[in-house]
Design a protein. Structure first.
Ligand SMILES: [Zn+2]
Ligand SMILES: [Zn+2]
Length: 110
């Protein structure tokens, strides 16, 4: 994957960790070369974590995860309408119905 700013190709790291940084731009994983990291605004075009504002994000499996604080969010373009649940998960409405039943049963005392 080339650098998202200048298009430079990543060279194999001699040893240890790559000096290239990873980030997310418009929900796509991108790489930033060491040269572009020297620019003061290299992270200006990247997505930021909603939790801590860090640009050190990783995009995978439809999720964007912050490597600083672990905050995750769904990648927007992978959002599925099937995830929207319909109806309340019981509880309150059942309680209300039970209360109504008690009132109705207690109502007309024969
Ligand atoms: Zn670059
Ligand atoms: Zn964060």
């Amino acid at each position: 994957m080339p650098c998202f700013r200048c298009g430079a190709r990543q060279t194999d790291p001699v040893r240890g960790a790559s000096p290239w940084k990873r980030g997310v731009q418009a929900d796509h994983q991108v790489l930033i070369c060491p040269d572009c990291q020297a620019a003061h605004d290299w992270a200006a075009d990247l997505d930021r974590c909603a939790g801590c504002g860090s640009a050190a994000l990783v995009c995978r499996l439809g999720e964007v995860e912050c490597r600083e604080c672990g905050h995750t969010r769904d990648a927007v373009r992978d959002e599925s309408p099937g995830l929207v649940r319909s109806g309340a998960p019981g509880g309150l409405s059942e309680e209300v119905a039970a209360a109504l039943n008690r009132v109705l049963k207690r109502g007309p005392v024969a």
